[in-house]
Design a protein around this ligand. Structure first.
Ligand SMILES: *Cc1c(COP(=O)(O)O)cnc(C)c1O
Length: 341
């Protein structure tokens, strides 16, 4: 048995998902003629109470398109210093949008309205103009931390008062929604643009969707084409997304339950220094200094368990659709047996 906990992107489509893909009705999506893509876009837009959506190859692309649309070259973006849009998109903020960054240190990636308000630059020739705030919910580097709706609303209010746009990197927004008492429409009402991944916990092989007003999505379509993301018979891929949205949402709760079990196992292991609170499907745990991270990763790999380094002495494990109770049991039995040399 191989257990891959490196990411929730490692899932493979099930036979039923593949069947849905193979029977998709398709057309040329650059001509806006792929009925399956249109169906997926309309479905995701409706879930968030927004007018329109755009199917893209990746979450990096949906984030980068959104940020491009909400800013102009030479302006700045406010985001957490560990946010995906800043840290994991190859410098795309500068590459694609010519932005300066105003990086804040959030609580496990989560910003507060007070922090945002203080960070906004005054209108002066010295400064870049602050254009937008990007939040991430759940927050990857924050070990899948979740925003409270009250904080999001407070941030949105600060942004509206200061003429700033708001973007949500909602790669894992459905993980957040599985655990909170607010819903997708609440989220939709607080952001100009929302990026949603189908290829994480939802288990589709490819695809992210950008959700926004009809006007913004009209512009987004052009930017997607410029970036080389205009796909033709993309309905085969969109069908996987439709299948995922219809069938795989309930599984997220299971992923979270299993992550909690791993968290509790780690809490009783002596070589573990500290584990960030597990709120969804991401576990970030820090090893004692006498257990080198690479040695820990290698020893787990010998037992067919894959994890990734996540900072100096930390590793990340992510639960997902292809991680079942049998694997969970194996991981929880194996972890305490691993010892530093
Ligand atoms: C995975 C991820 C993305 C998008 O990643 P792609 O690999 O480009 O699809 C964006 N934001 C966060 C927080 C992510 O975890």
């Amino acid at each position: 048995m191989t257990v891959d906990l490196r990411s929730d992107t490692v899932t493979r489509p099930t036979q039923m998902m593949l069947d849905a893909m193979m029977s998709a009705i398709v057309g040329d999506d650059v001509f806006n003629e792929d009925p399956t893509v249109i169906k997926l876009e309309q479905k995701i837009a409706a879930i968030f109470g927004k007018e329109a959506a755009l199917f893209c190859p990746s979450g990096t692309m949906t984030n980068q398109i959104a940020i491009k649309l909400l800013s102009a070259s030479g302006q700045e973006i406010i985001c957490d210093h560990t946010s995906h849009v800043y840290l994991y998109e190859g410098g795309g903020l500068a590459f694609n949008s010519g932005l300066a960054t105003n990086l804040l240190i959030g609580d496990r990636g989560r910003l507060t309205a007070a922090q945002v308000e203080e960070a906004i630059k005054p209108d002066h020739v010295y400064y870049p103009k602050t254009a937008l705030v990007a939040l991430e919910n759940t927050h990857n580097r924050g070990a899948g931390s979740i925003y409270q709706l009250e904080e999001i609303k407070a941030i949105r209010k600060v942004c509206l008062n200061n003429n700033l746009k708001t973007h949500l990197d909602g790669a894992r927004i459905f993980n957040a929604l599985a655990e909170v008492d607010y819903n997708a429409v609440d989220i939709g009402s607080q952001f100009d643009t929302i990026s949603v991944c189908l290829s994480k916990g939802l288990g589709a092989p490819v695809g992210s969707v950008l959700v926004a007003s009809a006007e913004l999505i009209h512009e987004a379509r052009r930017v997607r084409k410029v970036l080389g993301g205009g796909m033709r018979q993309a309905g085969y891929l969109a069908a996987a997304g439709l299948y995922a949205i219809s069938n795989n949402l309930p599984g997220l709760k299971e992923d979270h339950r299993r992550a909690k079990v791993v968290e509790s196992t780690l809490s009783s292991i002596d070589y573990i220094d500290d584990t960030l609170p597990v709120d969804t499907n991401i576990i970030v745990t820090k090893l004692n200094n006498n257990f080198p991270v690479q040695s820990f990763i290698d020893k787990l790999a010998e037992k067919q368990i894959k994890v990734v380094q996540f900072g100096k002495q930390s590793v990340r494990m992510v639960t997902h659709l292809d991680f079942n109770d049998e694997m969970l049991d194996y991981v929880c039995r194996t972890l305490p047996k691993i010892r530093p040399d």
